[in-house]
Design a protein around this ligand. Structure first.
Ligand SMILES: Nc1ncnc2c1ncn2[C@@H]1O[C@H](COP(=O)(O)OP(=O)(O)OP(=O)(O)O)[C@@H](O)[C@H]1O
Ligand SMILES: [Mg+2]
Length: 273
């Protein structure tokens, strides 16, 4: 059997904060076991503040766990995860570079000759529907277009693992569904491992092979795991009206609902102690 692309084992993450001289600790996640097989699309859903981004940051090697191990294709992760491409929630384009230069930047950084990098960036911009926009700067692109550039920027390096943190949540619903379908088409062609963080259950079900539900924090951990047996290829808007989708949604929501309510209550306590 091939090694899991990502394996989190017995993961905990405790943050220490300094509130005007008083040190306090907060264990965001604890006892987390989570795997993503090679080529598998896994979504993690859970209430706000439960530790979804924390898990993604650990898989990217941006954050070290306080306990447990992160393995990437069977090797313990040390430093940055070089086999992963990362797409953030916020815009991460360089505003002083054109769309083409933003997409080519990662290749240039790796030492790919300029001409080849530009050619490949052009091809990727075409793949995400942005031919003709190569010379535009990010502030002259719409939010949806910026996401397309970011997607090309992440995928051009052909990572074995794609890590996405609420990447489409700032988009309007139509653009969002277009982007979701585009990502699924690109994924279908290459079948990379995807760890996809979202608070949107519809999005998680329509995209994924598996949906993992996290409990509310502190000490958040997986409390449910659902195989999504909807046929592929999928169209995210069409699949959402099928009886099987509704069945899966009902089953997952019955687990998630209570955690979401707990999560909100906790956030309110944080704001009004
Ligand atoms: N650097 C930090 N120092 C202290 N606490 C932190 C730090 N980073 C995150 N936390 C806390 O850890 C918890 C988990 O944060 P995280 O960002 O992973 O949640 P999330 O599930 O991604 O939330 P959201 O859905 O709102 O994006 C939160 O309660 C947050 O306040
Ligand atoms: Mg987050």
């Amino acid at each position: 059997m091939s090694q899991a692309a990502i394996e989190l084992k017995g993961i905990a993450c405790t943050f220490v904060s300094d509130d005007s001289g008083t040190l306090s600790t907060y264990t965001a996640v604890k006892n987390v076991d989570l795997t993503v097989a090679d080529g598998e699309f896994v979504s993690v859903v859970g209430p706000t503040g439960c530790g979804k981004s924390t898990l993604l940051n650990m898989s990217a090697g941006l954050l070290e766990p306080s306990a447990g191990t992160v393995s990437i294709f069977g090797e313990p992760l040390v430093g940055l995860n070089r086999r992963a491409g990362y797409m953030f929630q916020a815009d991460s384009l360089m505003p002083w570079k054109s769309a083409l230069d933003n997409v080519a930047a990662g290749l240039l950084f790796e030492g790919v000759p300029e001409k080849e990098a530009a050619q490949r960036a052009r091809e990727w911009l075409a793949r995400v529907g942005l031919t003709g926009f190569e010379d535009r700067y990010p502030h002259h692109l719409s939010g949806g277009m910026r996401k397309r550039v970011a997607m090309a920027q992440t995928l051009i390096k052909d990572p074995d693992i794609i890590l996405m943190d609420e990447s489409f949540s700032a988009l309007d619903i139509q653009t969002r569904q277009l982007m979701e379908n585009e990502l699924l088409n690109l994924w279908q062609a290459k079948r990379k491992a995807v760890l996809f963080i979202t608070h949107d259950l519809d999005e998680a079900i329509s995209m994924s092979d598996r949906v993992v539900v996290m409990s509310a924090g502190p000490e958040s951990h997986p409390i449910g795991e659902f195989t999504i047996d909807l046929p592929r290829p999928r169209d995210v808007s069409e699949v959402r009206v099928t009886p099987r989708f509704i069945e899966l949604h009902t089953a997952i929501w019955s687990v998630l609902r209570e955690e979401v309510l707990k999560g909100y209550a906790q956030q309110q306590r944080k704001v009004q102690p």
